[in-house]
Ligand binder design. Structure first.
Ligand code: 5GP
Ligand code: ZN
Length: 116
């Protein structure tokens, strides 16, 4: 597994900083967002450092890619039978602030569309 020394999510993967972990396997980690935007707000990340969805999509195996989205669906469905939202921000225009790919899984309240 390759991690970046100064990446905050790599630090969570390595256990250098604490997070509330929901699930972990060799390729993926699911943990609670520190500043939740919904009653359920978890982040699904690859354990290897990759900056964004575009880089992941061009480097991941089909299994790795599928596993990430399958976990987002699993925890979204578990959180709310009424529905959930999966968000991936890539780049400054989309509001990405942590440059280690993460899928936001948001659930537990009605959400408006379009997003801001
Ligand atoms: P982005 O804006 O990059 O799409 O989302 C980054 C997310 O990471 C934000 O929702 C933010 O609350 C979360 N976050 C930032 N730092 C930490 C941290 O140290 N621990 C946890 N659990 N979440 C974090
Ligand atoms: Zn990282």
């Amino acid at each position: 597994m390759s991690t970046e020394p100064n990446c905050i999510f790599c630090k969570i993967v390595r256990g250098d900083i604490q997070a509330v972990e929901i699930a972990r396997d060799a390729e993926t980690l699911v943990f609670k967002d520190l500043n939740p935007k919904a009653p359920t707000h978890v982040l699904v990340i690859p354990t290897r450092h990759v900056t964004n969805l575009g880089d992941f999509a061009t480097s991941a195996t089909p299994h790795e890619l599928g596993n990430l989205f399958a976990l987002a669906a699993k925890y979204g469905r578990e959180a709310s039978p009424g529905g959930y939202r999966v968000v991936v921000n890539e780049g400054p225009d989309a509001g990405q602030t942590v440059f280690h790919l993460h899928l936001h899984v948001l659930a537990g309240r009605p959400m408006s569309w379009p997003p801001g």
